[in-house]
Design a protein around this ligand. Structure first.
Ligand code: PNS
Length: 168
């Protein structure tokens, strides 16, 4: 059984994340989507909200589960018996951070490999932060996030897709 951990902040989950999970499932029997529980990081959604949105977005996806973790990712991966850490890579700008993290994780545990999937072209400009920023000012983000996330953004920050549109 090949298990991979797909870690992240998921504040909130985007369709780019869902795409990586779906494609990752072709490589791994089981994917554990692991949300970092880091009280020091400024987030929009609470850990419970982020877990709920992920669970709803991934509902019915066989071999995929959602969990929270704290501390070192590599320790969590070992504890879960995972052989790989799955990460998505969008553009060159992601590379340095991802490279650094992958090398540090490898130094900490050489038995766990980091596997990168290039993001789908459709999601190349999608990130949780840009989505939150656009949604805050009423920019239409439909199709970039699961429906549950649109709903939660409406509840949380009053997201309304027409709000930011020019009337002309
Ligand atoms: O979605 P993100 O914010 O890019 O995800 C970053 C994440 C959660 C993968 C990373 O911050 C992480 O693994 N944090 C846990 C601590 C750790 O193990 N850091 C890497 C080696 S020092």
């Amino acid at each position: 059984m090949k298990i991979a951990i797909y870690p992240g902040s998921f504040d909130p989950v985007t369709n780019g994340h869902v795409d990586i999970i779906q494609r990752g499932r072709h490589l791994f029997d089981r994917i554990i989507v692991a949300v970092l529980l880091n009280p020091g990081k400024k987030v929009l959604f609470s850990i419970e909200e982020r877990l709920d949105m992920l669970k709803e977005s991934l509902k019915g996806m066989d071999g995929v589960e959602v969990d929270a973790f704290t501390g070192l990712l590599i320790d969590y991966a070992e504890q879960k018996n995972a052989k790989a850490i799955l990460r998505g890579m969008r553009a060159v700008s992601d590379f340095e951070y991802e490279f650094q993290m992958a090398l540090m994780n490898r130094r900490l545990n050489r038995n766990i490999q980091t596997v990168f999937l290039m993001t789908g072209m459709r999601w190349i400009y999608t990130s949780s932060s840009i989505i939150k920023e656009a949604a805050t000012f009423g920019g239409d983000i439909s199709g970039m996030v699961p429906l549950i996330v649109e709903k939660k953004l409406t509840e949380k920050i009053g997201y309304s897709p027409n709000h930011g549109k020019s009337k002309e």
